[in-house]
Design a protein. Structure first.
Length: 281
């Protein structure tokens, strides 16, 4: 009980600090978020329309290929929707993974990519990753909106358990921020960090049950894979969306503890090295 109380107080403290940081730098974060959403499709014919079109196309592809063409399905949800259950299983995981992977990759490279701005403007290095997270969150929410429309069209219930999705998303964003900030600092001094993240993310993807069902994994291997923080997030999303039940608390509490450790390490390292980091860029 003492450990949980300490964890709760620490989480509240860091949440308060990040809220103050967000308020102080909100105009800059909003500007950079808008820039990220616009620049990624700059020069294309549809421009910012791709921000909406891309998640829609991805969902349609998953539904058409896995449900209509391949006929993949999970049994036990009712004959009317069994045809689409594997697509629901896949989409609920792939949307969250895509938001995580793109955010982590971008944040890892953030200080180096924005070296020109960092060396010219006294911008908060703690605030910069928030723009990347917000940009990817916007795309994730657009994808989830299309996903919800799809579920309504096929008659799949959207119940009160969906209220837990924003809470899991908030924890995922906190984990991504903490890990990404730590890697971004290290990447300034260790160039291999950038390449390492690019190589390890596909491996991490396959170590997370996103395209395969965890029931096929041997119990001893599943115990190891369960140590993967993204396993806990994906499992929580599926519990809420697909199975209409609350996710296991133990895994999410463990991920919260890991997030706090990573955040403490990142902020401590940034405080110790910020002046040298700015000079090294």
């Amino acid at each position: 009980m003492a450990t949980l109380s300490s964890l709760r107080h620490t989480a509240v403290y860091y949440a308060t600090q990040q809220t103050r940081l967000l308020r102080r730098h909100l105009p800059l974060i909003a500007l950079l978020t808008r820039q990220e959403l616009v620049d990624r499709h700059k020069g294309s014919l549809l421009g910012r329309t791709w921000t909406v079109v891309s998640p829609l196309i991805n969902i349609l592809v998953f539904v058409l290929i896995f449900s209509t063409i391949m006929g993949a399905r999970l049994e036990g949800f009712g004959a009317e929707i069994d045809e689409y259950t594997y697509s629901i299983y896949l989409i609920s995981g792939i949307l969250a993974w895509t938001a995580f992977a793109k955010s982590l990759s971008a944040i890892t490279n953030l200080f180096i990519d924005r070296a020109g701005m960092i060396t010219k403007i006294n911008v908060s290095l703690k605030a910069l990753p928030l723009s990347t997270l917000l940009a990817e969150t916007v795309i994730y929410l657009i994808g989830m909106a299309f996903f919800a429309v799809f579920l309504l069209l096929i008659g799949f219930p959207i119940g009160p358990h969906w209220l837990g999705v924003p809470l899991v998303l908030a924890l995922q964003l906190a984990f991504t921020y903490a890990l990404g900030l730590l890697l971004a600092i290290l990447a300034v001094y260790l160039k291999d960090i950038r390449e390492g993240v690019a190589v390890l993310l596909p491996v991490w993807f396959w170590l997370t049950p996103i395209v395969y069902v965890d029931d096929i994994i041997p119990p001893w291997a599943l115990d190891i894979i369960a140590l993967n923080p993204m396993f806990q997030f994906i499992d929580a999303y599926r519990a809420l969306i697909l199975y209409q039940q609350l996710p296991g608390a133990a895994g999410l509490v463990a991920v919260s503890a890991v997030t706090l450790v990573l955040l403490y390490a990142a902020l401590w390292l940034l405080k110790r090295t910020e002046r040298d980091l700015r000079d090294a860029l």
